[in-house]
Ligand binder design. Structure first.
Ligand SMILES: [Zn+2]
Length: 141
């Protein structure tokens, strides 16, 4: 990890602490309203559907498909390798996740590409989700 990274440290709140704690243990967790069961990501204090402040979390399967992506070339931060692909993934649970993409040539990226969410170490030693191509034979956990 570069010493001169401009990447800000994570802002940990009482609403998102679970997400980063689970990531450190290799789990992708999604916030769920206990009032109406709606899943939401990124985490927030209140349900956008029923306005309840009560929530718990569910563990996501990690299966997703690529909704959109971009490839970054500049500016280069020493915390990342470039060109850097960043994707917006549709998790099978119905929420979307932004993460970098690894393990596939960028010219093979396409909308609908099957993905699996893994984890990798980022700037400041944080563990964050990473999108990787999914084995097409993988249908169930
Ligand atoms: Zn709700």
């Amino acid at each position: 990890m570069g010493e001169h990274t401009a990447v800000p440290r994570l802002t940990i709140t009482q609403d998102n602490q679970f997400f980063f704690a689970a990531a450190r243990e290799g789990r992708l967790e999604i916030q769920r309203c206990t009032g109406c069961q709606t899943l939401r990501h990124p985490p927030g204090p209140a349900c956008p559907v029923c306005r309840s402040f009560a929530w718990d979390t569910v563990v996501a399967s990690g299966r997703a498909v690529l909704h959109s992506w971009t490839v970054l070339y500049h500016p280069k931060d020493p915390a990342f390798d470039y060109p850097l692909a960043v994707g917006l993934a549709d998790l099978e649970e119905g929420v979307r996740l932004v993460a970098d993409i690894a393990g596939i040539d960028h010219d093979r990226l396409e909308i609908g590409l099957p993905l699996r969410v893994g984890f990798s170490e980022h700037a400041h030693g944080e563990i964050l989700p990473q999108l990787r191509p999914r084995d097409p034979k993988e249908h169930t956990r």
